[in-house]
Design a protein around this ligand. Structure first.
Ligand code: NAD
Length: 485
């Protein structure tokens, strides 16, 4: 058990730590050694109902009465507390997901903190517009619009990057004046429950943020169909996203869906091959490839295909698989036995469809769900390994001859979340970036999404945008007030 970090293991509802109404619990295991790390309260539909009612009361009461500037200050305070506690949060996230400790510490938590600070600054700047000239009948009017928060937001998290994604959802919702019921995935609730302690310490009024861990079909579905929920913000798989969108449509509840990806990485001649291979390896092997933006589809000009594939093989073979808390570990374990079976199934399908394994392709012996970093060559874009999201450390390499062919291959996908272009030529970068169908295009190396910009995709990657001004607007409606003078 995690007695050193001691995350609260109950539900956080209306500013209090409570057990599930039916007393249910769920165990959380570390994927790297299958050790039991915590037992948490398992929220169900009745607990979700309490949480939504608390959020609704706070929305109409304490949070509505909190000046916008104070909302921003509370978000800033939460950012400061996360800074103070970043090692604890990173440790919890590493243990529950099985990813190397350094990743949440160096990437996700700094992103979460800067997201909170970015939206903190917006809280008191959400103005409407004034229309002071006569209306279309020529009547003198004083007309204006105001922006009002939509209400209670139901936020549903995946297990793969919980802290960062929780802050992507909390920060714009709270800055806009909404209240939130957050449902973490049952595989990875611990860092989020720890975050709840910091929310409590920061001094948010009771009910503004409520956290209920539970299963998707029970707690998640109850949140989506709750009549007091005004918006659903979901990150997860396309299949769940589709089910949620259909359910939410019954009540016309707006949804933001951040779903999967099959991100093309377009590599043009003239790049530094070793540097590019390093960036590609980070793109597909970080978090064991369990990332929506994982650079899983490597499209490379045929003149450098062999050289780049060899460099990527070397990078893959340099990964050190191990326990998330070992300092030498550079790649961790997959989340579950089921995910191992899924990834192994894709590797088998790649073999069966005639692709060649350059490196990897097998699990490690012993406890824990460790899959070797895998690179496939001789791949065509019609193979399943090139078309479907694997959510594991599996890269496919596909050669191209011309820029047009590269763009056509990149866009020949049901996904459209992110892409990467590697080139030394500015004109190629801008020309290709404009034509690749993706919500985010990076040039010469990825990173985490910038909170000032936007994040989201189209097709099977979802709809709507997180981060930036778009995220604020999606948590508010604009109201028109017209006074005849
Ligand atoms: P998932 O869809 O299985 O689960 C996501 C969440 O939905 C969990 O909290 C789960 O409990 C809940 N859920 C399941 N069924 C539900 C239902 N019927 N109603 C309401 N909630 C329900 O996804 P996952 O396996 O946790 O995450 C992996 C997926 O998430 C991948 O496809 C990945 O690409 C995607 N993802 C996308 C982004 C992004 O920003 N676009 C970021 C991270 C992960």
């Amino acid at each position: 058990m995690l007695d050193d970090a001691n995350p609260k293991s109950q539900l956080f509802i209306n500013g209090e730590w409570v057990s599930a109404l039916d007393g249910g619990t769920a165990d959380v295991f570390c994927p790297a050694d299958q050790r039991l790390i915590a037992t948490i309260s398992l929220g169900r539909a009745a607990d979700i109902d309490l949480a939504v009612q608390a959020a609704d009361a706070a929305f109409k009461g304490a949070w509505a009465d909190t000046p916008a500037r104070q909302r921003g200050l509370l978000l800033s305070r939460l950012a400061d507390l996360m800074e103070r506690e970043k090692e604890v949060i990173a440790r919890l996230e590493a243990l529950e997901i099985g990813r190397p400790y350094r990743e949440p510490l160096m990437v996700d938590i700094p992103s979460a903190i800067s997201t909170l600070r970015y939206f903190a600054g917006w809280a008191d700047k959400l103005d409407g517009r004034v229309l002071s000239s006569p209306d279309h009948f020529g009547r003198p009017v004083h007309a204006y619009t105001t922006r009002i928060p939509v209400g209670v937001v139901g936020a549903i998290l995946p297990w793969n990057a919980p802290t960062m994604i929780a802050c992507w959802k909390l920060a714009p919702a709270l800055a806009a004046g909404c209240t939130v019921v957050l449902k973490p995935a049952l595989e990875a609730p611990l860092a989020i429950l720890y975050l709840a302690r910091l929310i409590e310490e920061a001094g948010f009024p009771a009910g503004v943020v409520n956290i209920v861990a539970g299963t998707g079909p029970d707690a998640g579905a109850a949140l989506v169909s709750h009549p007091l929920v005004a918006k659903i913000s979901f990150t997860g798989s396309p299949a769940t996203g589709r089910a949620i969108a259909c359910k939410a449509a019954e009540s016309f509840t707006p949804v933001t869906l951040e779903l999967g990806g099959k991100a093309p990485q377009l590599v043009f001649p003239g790049v530094d091959v070793a540097q590019t291979a390093l960036a590609l390896a980070l793109g597909i092997f970080s978090n064991q490839g369990e990332i929506c933006a994982a650079g899983s589809r490597i499209l490379v000009h045929k003149s450098i295909e062999a050289e780049l594939t060899a460099a990527l093989k070397a990078e893959a073979e340099a990964r050190v698989l191990g326990h998330p808390l070992d300092s030498g570990t550079t790649m961790g374990a997959l989340i579950s036995e089921r995910q191992m079976e899924t990834v192994s199934g894709y590797i088998e399908s790649g073999r069966a469809e005639g692709a060649r394994i350059v490196t990897g392709g097998a699990a490690l012996d012993g406890p824990g769900h460790f899959m070797r970093p895998t690179v496939f060559a001789d791949v065509t874009n019609s193979m399943r390994i090139a078309r479907e999201e694997i959510f594991g450390p599996v890269a496919v390499v596909i050669g191209f001859e011309t820029e047009e062919e590269a763009i056509a291959l990149a866009n020949d996908s049901q996904y459209g979340l992110s892409a990467n272009i590697f080139t030394e030529d500015l004109r190629t970068a801008h020309r290709v970036a404009a034509k690749v169908r993706a919500g985010t295009v990076w040039v010469n190396g990825g990173g985490t999404p910038d909170p000032r910009s936007v994040w989201g995709g189209g097709g099977l990657s979802g709809m709507g945008r997180e981060l930036g001004l778009s995220a604020l607007q999606s948590h508010m409606t604009e109201k028109s007030i017209c006074v005849l003078l």
